[in-house]
Write a protein that binds this ligand. Structure first.
Ligand SMILES: Cc1cc2nc3c(=O)[nH]c(=O)nc-3n(C[C@H](O)[C@H](O)[C@H](O)COP(=O)(O)O)c2cc1C
Length: 372
């Protein structure tokens, strides 16, 4: 019998009651100074939690050097651990599960966000494309990053390991490594951004090394069955994009497949850039989930421009095991229930995606509130 979006699924040690997952969503509403999660964030995640449902909390920098936008939460200080505890407690109270996405942005940053105003770091001294947020919420061109020395890479891996330890202390059920959307781990994967000549550059094996070592470091903390990895093989964020993604991503996914992870999370090619604009690319390969499914032995989550209908089809046809929703989950705190009951979705307001307070964050109504 085929599965449906509302049939239960086992994800690592967790028995989920449905397959409508909240995608990681940067909202730039941590408390400053310190980039600390607080009560407003706990309220937002609790609104979106459901009994047996999975939320993937927003990308959170594993070190001050890994920050790329103002007011993104971190997972490197004691205050941040306490702040995240408010969030995980609130979600668990509703019977939900919550993973944290661990983030290092690499070159997708600006010196105003870096400790002591230093340049952002990257595999090679090649700037990202597009506009950088500054610490004051302005936009400027990306700077040319500083190439990481080989002897600094162990620190990067350790910062992810510490992020995982802190996430465990904060009560998260697991972590997702951000290997997508043009950030540091993807910068290492792709030859456009990685022109290193050491053990972390050159061949596909070498370019994959950092992601695999970081994943191993996270599994050492949580156990492999509580660690997921997110990839965007056809993404184009910030000047990313591998000329021929197939051999690279086949290798990465096969190697990750040997680690026994909780899940692989793939972003569909059509949705590259959804964080900054509403795009639906047509000139792209068909489903990444469909393409790479044969390489992946475990749970596969797909994301990117899914509707209720296409999500149901994807799970019923076996292309994916679960579907992560981004923008619809921003605007619909009760998204799983709405999809299950065929209730129309609230439209989202892009103007309030990033920064600010409750408006556009915790004030989207549930269907029950609308009906009352
Ligand atoms: C406001 C916003 C913030 C996002 N932040 C993140 C993030 O922190 N980490 C990440 O991997 N993807 C992020 N994304 C991408 C989403 O997780 C998702 O892949 C994308 O929105 C496509 O899904 P959708 O069509 O259901 O919105 C973001 C997207 C949006 C719109």
């Amino acid at each position: 019998m085929s599965s449906s979006l509302f049939s239960p699924i086992q994800l690592g040690p967790y028995a989920l009651s449905h397959r409508v997952v909240m995608a990681p969503l940067t909202r730039m509403r941590a408390q400053r100074p310190g980039n600390v999660p607080h009560h407003l964030n706990a309220e937002y995640y609790a609104q979106r939690a459901s009994n047996g449902g999975l939320l993937i909390a927003e990308a959170s920098q594993v070190s001050p050097f890994g920050q790329g936008v103002p007011a993104s939460p971190g997972i490197h200080s004691p205050e941040q651990i306490s702040g995240w505890k408010l969030v995980t407690d609130a979600v668990h109270k509703k019977g939900g599960r919550i993973f944290l996405q661990l983030w290092h942005v690499g070159r997708v940053s600006h010196s105003s966000l870096q400790p002591n105003g230093t340049l952002p770091v990257a595999p090679s001294a090649i700037p990202a494309e597009g506009n950088a947020w500054t610490a004051n919420f302005d936009f400027v061109s990306y700077e040319t990053p500083r190439e990481l020395r080989t002897d600094e890479i162990a620190d990067i891996i350790e910062s992810f390991a510490r992020g995982a330890r802190n996430a465990l202390a904060a009560g998260f059920d697991g972590v997702e490594l951000h290997g997508a959307n043009g950030y540091l781990l993807e910068q290492f994967l792709q030859s456009r951004s990685n022109q290193r000549t050491d053990a972390y550059g050159g061949s596909i094996e070498n370019r994959s090394r950092l992601l695999l070592e970081v994943t191993q470091a996270a599994t050492n903390v949580f156990g492999a069955h509580r660690v997921g990895v997110r990839l965007s093989p056809y993404g184009r964020a910030y000047g990313s994009g591998e000329a021929d993604p197939l051999p690279l991503y086949r290798h990465v996914i096969r190697e990750l497949g040997k680690q026994g992870l909780a899940y692989l999370h793939l972003i569909e090619p059509r949705s590259s850039g959804a964080g900054r604009a509403d795009v639906d690319h047509q000139d792209v390969p068909a489903s990444a989930a469909g393409l790479f499914r044969p390489e992946w032995p475990g749970v596969l989550i797909a994301a990117g421009n899914f509707t209720a209908d296409t999500a149901m089809d994807a799970v019923e046809s076996g292309v994916a095991d679960a579907i992560a929703f981004g923008r619809s989950f921003i605007a619909n705190p009760d998204l799983p229930e709405r999809i299950r009951s065929g209730i129309a979705l609230n439209p989202y307001d892009r103007a309030t995606f990033y920064g600010g307070e409750a408006k556009g964050y915790t004030d989207y109504p549930s269907f029950n509130q609308q009906a009352a």
